[in-house]
Design a protein around this ligand. Sequence first.
Ligand code: ATP
Ligand code: MN
Ligand code: MN
Length: 301
Amino acid sequence: RDVTAEKAMPTPQPRSDVTISHPDRLIFPEAKISKGQLADYYAAMGGAMLPWIAGRPISLVRCPQGRAKKCFFQKHDSGSFGDHVKHVPIREKDGSKEDYLYVEDTDGLIACVQMGAIEFHGWGSLVRDVERPDRMVFDLDPDEGLDFGDVKKAARDIRRALDDLGLTSFAMLSGGKGVHVVVPLTPEAEWPQVKDFADRFARALAASEPDRFTATMSKAKRKGRIFIDWLRNQRGATAVLPYVVRARELAPVAAPVSWDELADMDGAAHFTVKDVAALLDRASSRALRGWGVARQLLPAV
Ligand code: ATP
Ligand code: MN
Ligand code: MN
């Protein structure tokens, strides 16, 4: 460790040796949250996030000038993230290989924030075995005007339907409009099998209650319904990861909740960056013990 460099730093950054430039720049102008504060949030939450994000190919939502200005979704490395952000070559559909990004530690998260990242989205598989998903996600996307109560009921129904198939699932507030139902998997089945299961599961549910659910992306078919977005479960697709900050006005956070807690939630954007202390407490709370963890395989159908 270079002690002279540490002394030379005017404002030592606790918990990370990544320097944040323009720490006072407002990334969330409405909520008055600066780049430095966003970095502090991720520094504080790193320990809670790493079990979900470490070693997983990620895409970033970057908004270098703040969330109200131009943002872009970045899948591949642009070569400027520094040593804390790792690369993994992954085969594309056309057979070529592209470098994807992943992080292994909190410094990696902070290095992304330094590059203007707000949101972190993860593949459903890990770098060490990219072809075998370790999680499935059913992303519930309600049509405009639907009540959050409808979303909560849908999530519970999906939980029960999964349970009937022997699969344990967990709920996460997306930080936006919906709830993600997360199904941990022991990596064994490959992408085509997982995608096929997710597709058939969503379609069966939509067929059984066509007034409430649709498994088709089209906005027209969604009218007054909840789209069970199973398309997160195909190779290369991503879903927002636990404790990620969303690039929306009030800096809401994607937040794991227990099934009991979900019943009391008023919306998918219940928690924000400003709740960092509560989020940190919750992450090690009894209610969330074991959240997102289950050893299970897709049922043979
Ligand atoms: P909400 O609850 O508001 O729907 P969400 O995170 O579920 O929030 P969706 O629009 O349903 O948002 O998107 C689901 C996932 O699709 C996102 O979490 C993200 O990982 C991925 N995604 C979103 N935008 C893009 C994009 N421009 N390109 C590729 N993938 C995206
Ligand atoms: Mn969604
Ligand atoms: Mn979606």
